[in-house]
Design a protein around this ligand. Sequence first.
Ligand code: AMP
Ligand code: ZN
Length: 118
Amino acid sequence: MTDSNCVFCKIIAGQIPSRKVFEDEHVFAFHDIAPWAPVHFLVVPKLHIPSMAQITAADAPWLGHLLTLLPQLAIDNGCRPYPEGGYRIATNTGKEGGQEVQHLHWHVMGGPRPWVRG
Ligand code: AMP
Ligand code: ZN
């Protein structure tokens, strides 16, 4: 299930270039084009799901898989270890949640402060 008008579906398909961080059967991760922090990448499901608002219990297996990847991806991409280091994981949802791209994604941000934002 993809959306031919969706920028993240196009990135997953290789139709728009990205700096890939990770890929497996269910998950794709790539650096954010406008980073807020020294480390800032996005992690997305390969399925086109607009936001957390569409998630149901049927999504639990791949959702659990995706979330358990995040700590190792953060460390592998330059975040420093907890608790002195750490990272921020954020999923904006809907207009009032600050979501701009309507394909579910997790921001993973870290590295020494100050950051540009966040
Ligand atoms: P959000 O506001 O949570 O929907 O975040 C969308 C994020 O996608 C922003 O941080 C953008 O910088 C990022 N973004 C948009 N287009 C691209 C792209 N082509 N490659 C990488 N990141 C992108
Ligand atoms: Zn999409």
